[in-house]
Design a protein around this ligand. Sequence first.
Ligand code: DX5
Ligand code: ZN
Length: 216
Amino acid sequence: MKRLVAPSILSADFNNLGKDIELINRSEADYIHFDVMDGVFVPNISFGIPVIEHVNKIATKPLDVHLMIVNPDHFIEPFVNAGASIITVHYEACQHLHRTVQHIKSFGVKASVCLNPHTSVEFLQDVIEDLDMVLLMSVNPGFGGQEFIENTYKKVSQLRKLIDDRGSDCLIEVDGGVNYETGKKLYEAGANVLVAGSFVFKSENPEAIISGLKQL
Ligand code: DX5
Ligand code: ZN
């Protein structure tokens, strides 16, 4: 099963973002994860299109854009134009999720749906076969460096069963509180992509941490 790593730049050094992007480029990371926050859907504001446009000029890895925003339909095309390869919208932010997923895929990029910790996996059973990835939040969205929510392991197993029962190749990504201990258990439960922000960028050697996550 695919075991991928997506460092989140939320915890990167924004005074030297290019340096951290070059670090990710030469690392074993598979994606670059962008936590876009609007201060409405989540109680924090992070960054938007200009950051992704500039990173896209130097990035050598696919841009994995996590939209923690209301009305994501209004921003699919601008983020695609900024360079997103994967766009994740929140289940909780979409009135017509199937239409939103179709809209994302109409641009030829990968469509992903995120579930907050309180949202059950069952809510995806009628759209799972249209998805390239599901992102499970293992913290309440809005901030890096939070405590991992243990119930996430059960959700990963439930989602893995749903995906396998449908014969889908949809990836499972997990975001929040990922480190060597939680990451290993997440892979064992059936996750494919680990998003890690603080564990990577608050460390002495981010490249080594990324390699360590890949080898769990
Ligand atoms: C929460 C963010 C964080 C971030 C990773 O909204 O999505 O989960 O990506 O944070 P860490 O890895 O620092 O817990
Ligand atoms: Zn994220």
